[in-house]
Design a protein around this ligand. Sequence first.
Ligand code: UDX
Length: 466
Amino acid sequence: MQISVIGSGYVGLVAATCLAELGHDVVCVDSDSAKIAALNAGQTLIHEDCLQELLSRHRGTRLSFSTSIQEATRDAVVIFIAVGTPSADDGSVDLSCVESVAQSLNGSMNGYKVIVEKSTVPVYTSEWIQNALAPEGRAHNEFDVVSNPEFLREGTAVTDFLYPDRIVVGASTERAANIMREIYAPLIDGSYGQLPSAVPKPEKARLLPMYIETSPRSAELIKHASNAFLALKISFINAVASFCEAVGANIEEVCKGIGSDSRIGPEFLRAGIGYGGSCFPKDVAAFRAVTREFGFEFPLLDEIKRINEEQRIRFIRKVRGALRTIKGKRLAVLGLAFKDGTDDVRESPAIKVIEQLLQEKCQIIAFDPAAMDRARQMLGNRIRYAPDAYSAADGADALLILTEWKEFASLDLARIKRLLRSPIVLDGRNVFSQTEMAEAGLNYHSIGRPTLEVSQSLLKKGHIVR
Ligand code: UDX
């Protein structure tokens, strides 16, 4: 099928590349000519597993890039809109980019087309696009607007697209619904995964995705409600973790106990310094704004955000508690990205914690396996950057872990202990076990777990008590 994807950000680029991988002819459009030049030269510009490989496989054959919406959409049967939908000051979604795309599309409607909203947008946006595209009497049967939200996680976006839990399609006509089914046919029937060249299926992926057809409004709502629910799970467990600290319980044990109930499930119950990234903070705020717009009170959404912000404040308090005074202290920070597996620092809890520590006149030396360049664009030379975790720890008054990178868990703790000026580790992501930290002789403070002071925790012959 001839498809064009407007927008070459995370969602647009991954969707365009994966749609080409499914066998479609795709043109990806962006108004940023530097970005298009880089993509045409084969650079993905984002840190995403398998993306480079798929881009090299299809660029110049089934996948091309352009700066002209008119050119790219002329022959397309389906047009995915995947442009940015940033937050306005009141938390609502700024739809100006979507609007300007809709206006540009007005000039290229030369036959029936399906316009697919892929960007995360508030409920009723499909009607809004419909009206923008049919301003003065253009027959509605020249096009249909479909909502097809994405559920990609950064870091695993390609396999999330190719082996999804579910595909949600909100179409209001059978004609559009049929075309969408055709696009996703290799995923719906599992034939994509059988190809010898297919990207390998992740272990936890479903055998076949659920293909869910709804009204456009329901599809739009599914996206906001899904992200708000996942954020709720994180805030809930973080609040429980704080209570664990108050009563001396252990959040890891509590999570095991509640997550093993199949109705609750173990995912998204990792306590820490809160959620960040380009989706959860924005989508919770946008969901709140749209409910308000319709006169519906949903204070639970405010609470999700409040708890998330409080997690960072609590963590800073912990740093202060462990170091007594923090002004002028040198702190080694491991992790700048908003989560592991990505170089993205947007709304990163790590960056927010650093900003606060800088205000309190700490000196920061940081390391992240992928996000150093992006963090530098944000923090400049207000902090120092280390080439690896050990150099960051060298001479520091404490080590702070702010992103859940798996590689941090295999650090040589004895070496870290030797390098630190004081043997203090504050783990905002519960990357380490308390036992291994105590064995290494490090005073370890984490989230929702009792703090082990080394001197009290070592028994004769190196045995550890809790
Ligand atoms: C999220 C959704 O998962 C995805 O479906 C949607 O399309 C886009 O938003 P993403 O932003 O890539 O994906 O990150 P995700 O893996 O969901 O993590 C978001 C944040 O929550 C990160 O800061 C992460 O550190 C934090 N998190 C996640 C926790 O603090 N605890 C958890 O248990 C899980």
